[in-house]
Ligand binder design. Structure first.
Ligand SMILES: [Zn+2]
Ligand SMILES: [Zn+2]
Length: 438
């Protein structure tokens, strides 16, 4: 019935050689798109969804955010539908001639002072050849930095994010550590690859941070290597060395030398991403105490009785390692703490499928599910399952009896234990040698 409708583009009547937009259901002449005959043939495949220019452009520019949204809303649909959505997005880019921006010589860049200071400290030689350019730190920073390094402007960051998402979706083997044919491009066991679903979610969500997986995917999408530089001791979550490397994505030539270098730095604007509960706890309980009992006395040069807090004692040593036993600005410390705690919660979730750092206690064993069951659950179902597990209060025996049966005492509260955690034998305990008189 195409004959009854005007073409989206030329407004003339649509008779022959037309294609329908799957969003607004209007028709458009094939030559008005314009579309090659091979592209038309591709679009004729069932289940692919063509979109007219009106539906995928905003202000005459291809709208990459909308494309990401379309993929994002298809993430939890049937794998076949998701595959078709991604193929459609890829074909839309081709049909509308959306190309990877050309490599230009970036000019007019602002030096990022923080990064320059870090480089001065750890890698001064590099400063004679290059300088760190400032990028907006809003979670899109990896894409922004690559866009800036390539074109001198950050404006292509959403485009690059979309390309990364499509790459991860179309080449699952390379990005899913649980896939039986997994090709480990990162190939460094010091870098923990996120589960596929997480990498994917982070790729399609604007403002979600990127990991090594995403840099590899972007390298593949741009068909060129990316040099990643991670200064030592920046953050608790990552180790410097394995993150400082030449990233050679799928299909990129080993021999090619990178023209894009990105540097990881800590971002102050990260604070708005701090997880709500912890931030509240920090603001209401910790902050005033830290100020009153640590900052003030330190400033006056004399700490009378050091104030400590036992609430995160189990994380104490991890935190100390994370900050390298050095004092940090309050905000940086908060960011580090948040990162650590988030990791702990993620580990807790992993215990539900029997992986990660923790194992479920006997009282909670019935919450464990197999990986295949977990994968088949929707995000909502997973969250519900996790919530039930978190809220579950086991009824425990309240007393313990000694092995010889002579003594019964009230059972001490059982605490979470990590794998392999045990009590030290007496003779293993550290002793402090008393200082002799000088
Ligand atoms: Zn037309
Ligand atoms: Zn349309």
């Amino acid at each position: 019935m195409a004959g009854c409708y005007p073409c989206v583009q030329c407004k003339k009547r649509c008779r022959n050689n037309t294609i329908q937009c799957c969003n607004c259901n209007r028709w458009v002449h094939v030559h008005c798109v314009p579309m090659s005959s091979s592209q038309l043939k591709m679009w004729s495949q069932p289940l692919l969804s063509f979109l007219c220019r009106d539906c995928c452009f905003t202000d005459n520019e291809y709208d990459f955010s909308k494309a990401l949204e379309r993929i994002s809303s298809a993430l939890h649909s049937d794998p076949k539908d998701l595959k078709m959505t991604v193929s459609s997005e890829s074909l839309l880019l081709e049909t509308y001639g959306v190309k990877i921006p050309k490599q230009t010589n970036p000019s007019d860049q602002t030096v990022d002072e923080v990064s320059r200071d870090i480089l001065k400290q750890f890698h001064p030689a590099i400063l004679s050849a290059v300088f760190p350019a400032k990028t907006v730190g809003d979670g899109n920073c990896m894409y922004r930095a690559v866009s800036r390094a390539m074109t001198g402007s950050e404006s292509h960051h959403v485009h690059f994010r979309l390309l990364t998402a499509i790459e991860i979706l179309q080449n699952k083997y390379y990005y899913d550590p649980d896939h039986r044919k997994f090709v480990d491009l990162v190939n460094d066991n010091r870098i923990v690859c996120s589960p596929y679903s997480e990498s994917l979610q982070d790729a399609v969500s604007l403002y979600a941070f990127s990991s090594m997986t995403h840099i590899f995917a972007l390298s593949a999408a741009l068909r060129q290597p990316i040099r990643s530089y991670y200064p030592p001791q920046l953050s608790a979550e990552f180790v410097s060395e394995p993150h400082s490397r030449k990233v050679i994505g799928r299909g990129v030539k080993m021999s090619e030398s990178p023209t894009i270098t990105i540097m990881w730095t800590q971002m102050r604007s990260l604070s708005h991403k701090l997880s709500g509960k912890f931030l509240k706890y920090f603001q209401n309980k910790l902050k005033s105490n830290l100020k009153e009992k640590v900052n003030k006395p330190m400033a006056s040069g004399f700490v009378d009785s050091p104030w400590t807090n036992n609430n995160s004692e189990s994380l104490n040593h991890i935190l100390k390692q994370a900050i390298n036993w050095k004092s940090q600005p309050l905000l940086d410390l908060t960011i580090t703490l948040t990162g650590l705690i988030d990791t702990q919660f993620k580990d807790l979730k992993k215990a539900l499928v029997g992986t990660g750092q923790y194992r479920l206690a006997d009282t909670h064993r019935h919450f464990e599910v197999s990986k295949s069951v977990w994968v088949s659950k929707t995000t909502d179902e997973r969250n519900r399952h996790y919530k039930k597990f978190r809220n579950f209060k086991a009824t425990e025996k309240t007393t313990v009896t000694s092995t010889d049966g002579k003594m019964t005492i009230v059972k001490p509260k059982s605490l979470g234990k990590k794998l392999g955690q045990r009590k030290r034998k007496i003779n293993e305990r550290t002793t402090t040698i008393k200082k002799g008189k000088m």
